[in-house]
Design a protein around this ligand. Structure first.
Ligand code: FES
Length: 94
């Protein structure tokens, strides 16, 4: 796991695993998909119509720059608003 998480004075849920574009990422219950991805140094959340990688901007559900696809449902969701669940599969491309 990346050293980008705060390590002192924080209570976390247990470790869980999600996959992003087929790559397993270990994160913690209660984290958003966006937090899990950033902590794993996965900063590209989607690709725009010009093929440019896009990343988080507002981190509060306003800009939609963090849209990812949940494989199980096919839904496009804002990663900064969705809680990571163990076994969740996420794709950054349609
Ligand atoms: S980062 Fe803006 S909606 Fe998620």
């Amino acid at each position: 796991m990346s050293a980008t998480r705060i390590s002192q004075g924080v209570t976390r849920g247990g470790p869980i695993e999600i996959t992003v574009d087929g790559t397993p990422i270990t994160c913690f219950a209660g984290e958003t998909v966006a937090a899990a991805m950033l902590a794993a140094d996965h900063a590209v959340f989607r690709v725009d119509t010009r093929g440019q990688g896009r990343g988080m901007f507002c981190n509060m559900g306003v800009c939609s720059e963090c849209l990812v696809t949940l494989i199980a449902s096919g839904r496009r969701v804002r990663a900064c608003l969705v809680e990571a669940r163990d076994g969740m599969e996420v794709a950054t491309r349609d």
